[in-house]
Design a protein around this ligand. Structure first.
Ligand SMILES: Cc1cc2nc3c(=O)[nH]c(=O)nc-3n(C[C@H](O)[C@H](O)[C@H](O)COP(=O)(O)OP(=O)(O)OC[C@H]3O[C@@H](n4cnc5c(N)ncnc54)[C@H](O)[C@@H]3O)c2cc1C
Length: 544
């Protein structure tokens, strides 16, 4: 009998996985796609819409699914019982599966209060209005900003460059444009050549760049920056912060992301895979989503009996920078220690030069739309393709560095976490049952437990998680901590200034913050004790 593969999601990763499975496993698998919306949105050209340089394309998902050899069911995945291999849906039904691939994407949320958050097509009109206001002389200073947490910053560069081109064409020269980013260099992920090419473009278009700064909020015409400073701005356009949808029974991070291995398997759960923006890989990009989908599909196909050797996910970033003018192509290979091999050229470096590159998806969508390659790229003036082979560890480090920039402070001689934390946290194992841990928490009179695997902190379980699990009617002696904990928790070291810890806790809404030495859990910080210690000292707003 064919392996029943349930794909939760109907976006880039889901479709690529369905296509890859059909190609690799053929009739060894049956594929069902479950998604709340019956449309597939091709979003990258959202940045071009306000300038009338492109439009977001929409495809009917049931038709795409059928063409990819899958069935389509409407509904959202709300929970997973990995033990009995059942997926719960928003319609209140359960779908049995042999293998589950979670590809539910991530939703945008405001990262910089006071700014116009650009989420995609929904904000086209807001950008159009902003352009009208600028042209009418009502707005004199506009900052385009990358908030902490956004590792994929390309769309904000595109918006800034296209705004400049749009205004130059209309001979509007009274406006000051700026770009603010926590990156060390513009488009840092794309290496030196990428950064230099973009810097050149920004300079050409008169856009001032401020790197190493985290935009926090816009108040009364002042954009507040961390670690320090402000910038005068009438309007700020910001990228959103992304979060995965909450799905019961899966080990999600505080942002709702799922930690996976190099083959897309969700840590510790048999036959559950994830791909795309919902994974905890920090770069949220369509091309990356398709590569993760391919890695997962290869593993699933091999397990279903296909004669292939599954290859691990090796991230290669390919992008197409829309600039509003003459095309330029960028490429970068970030080869962990092997040097920086990047290039910028006026020719495409892969084919088809689509905004979202997917081995199966790009030609499939092209064929579906009745063209040889996806239609958008050639029609977008000034498009710049970008290609980077990414060192996954380096990207994670970059994300961590951003957090450091955002939290700003080095210890300034004031109190540190070490002075307030409890040094005997309750530490439990991922395979412990909910019932066992609830009992231990009661006995220790604590509201949370740290979850460690071979001495490494992998999660935190709070009484709120226990409530959530019990409300979902799981069996306390069967459900495992791993399925209900918050994975890869935000943690601090003991020498973190107390104000930084308190700000992180209030901004995230945490009552407990794990303390680590490297990856080893060494303590727990409670909000009440920490706030008491920090009282009287000024807090540092992180804006998340
Ligand atoms: C403005 C903008 C510009 C971008 N530009 C580029 C670009 O130039 N190049 C590039 O490569 N990428 C770009 N991206 C990013 C790219 O669109 C995403 O990285 C990519 O779509 C992620 O794929 P995904 O399958 O993980 O999620 P999505 O494509 O977002 O799909 C998620 C799917 O899951 C469904 N879903 C949600 N919740 C549930 C649930 N609970 N159960 C079941 N299904 C659910 C949704 O309805 C949707 O079908 C851009 C994104 C935006 C917003």
């Amino acid at each position: 009998m064919a392996t029943r593969v349930l794909i939760a999601g109907g976006g880039v990763a889901a479709l690529e996985a369905a296509l890859a499975l059909r190609a690799l496993a053929e009739d060894r698998v049956s594929v069902e796609m479950l998604a709340p919306e019956p449309q597939f949105w091709y979003r990258p050209l959202a940045v071009a819409e306000p300038f009338d340089l492109g439009e977001v394309r929409r495809f009917e998902l049931p038709e795409l699914a059928a063409a990819a050899g899958a069935t389509f069911s409407p509904g959202a995945l709300t929970g997973v019982d990995a033990g009995s291999r059942q997926a719960q849906t928003s319609a209140g039904s359960s779908i049995p599966y042999d293998v589950l691939l979670v590809a539910c994407g991530a939703g945008p949320s405001e990262a910089v209060p006071g700014a116009l958050t650009f989420r995609g097509p929904a904000d086209t009109e807001k950008i159009r209005r902003l352009l009208e206001e600028i042209v009418a002389g009502q707005v004199g200073r506009v900052a385009f900003v990358v908030p902490w947490g956004a590792v994929w910053s390309l769309p904000i560069y595109e918006l800034a460059l296209m705004t400049a081109a749009y205004l130059a064409e209309r001979e509007v020269d009274h406006v000051e444009l700026a770009l603010v980013t926590p990156e060390d260099e513009p488009l840092q992920l794309f290496g030196r050549a990428g950064s230099e090419a973009v810097e050149e473009l920004l300079e050409e278009r008169g856009i001032a760049v401020q790197t190493g700064s985290c935009p926090v909020e816009l108040v009364d015409g002042e954009l507040r920056l961390v670690p320090e400073g402000t910038m005068a701005a009438d309007r700020v356009v910001a990228l959103p912060r992304l979060r995965g949808p909450r799905i019961d029974g899966l080990p999600q991070t505080v942002e709702g992301f799922l930690p996976v291995d190099a083959h897309g398997q969700v840590h510790g759960l048999a036959d559950v895979y994830a791909a795309g923006d919902i994974t905890s890989f920090p770069v949220k990009q369509g091309g990356i989503a398709t590569q993760q989908a391919d890695a997962a599909a290869e593993m699933i196909a091999a397990n279903a009996g296909a004669d292939i050797t599954p290859q691990p996910f090796r991230p290669v970033l390919r992008g197409l920078l829309l600039t509003g003018r003459r095309p330029r192509y960028l490429r970068h290979e970030l080869t962990g220690g092997a040097g920086d091999a990047s290039a910028a050229s006026p020719e495409p470096l892969w084919w088809p030069p689509a905004k979202i590159v997917g081995r199966y998806l790009a030609p499939f969508l092209g064929a579906f739309a009745g063209v040889e390659s996806p239609p958008e790229a050639p029609s977008a003036p000034g498009a710049v393709p970008v290609e980077v082979e990414v060192d996954a560890a380096a990207v994670r480090e970059l994300a961590a560095l951003r957090l450091k920039t955002a939290s700003g402070a080095e210890a300034d001689g004031g109190s540190t976490v070490a002075e307030v934390m409890s040094t005997e946290p309750l530490v439990v194992a991922p395979e412990d049952t909910l019932g066992e841990v609830a009992e231990k928490m009661r006995a220790h009179d604590v509201g949370s437990a740290l979850v460690a695997d071979y001495g490494r902190l992998i999660g935190i379980l709070t009484s709120r998680d226990l409530l959530r699990a019990f409300a979902g009617r799981v069996h306390p002696s069967e459900a495992r901590i791993r399925e209900w904990m918050t994975a890869e928790p935000v943690a601090v070291s003991a020498d973190t200034p107390i104000e930084v810890a308190v700000t992180m806790m209030t901004e995230y809404g945490f009552h407990h913050l794990p303390v680590v030495d490297g990856e080893r859990p060494t303590g727990m910080l409670g909000l009440r004790q920490a706030a008491r210690q920090a009282r009287g000292r000024s807090g540092i707003g992180l804006g998340f």
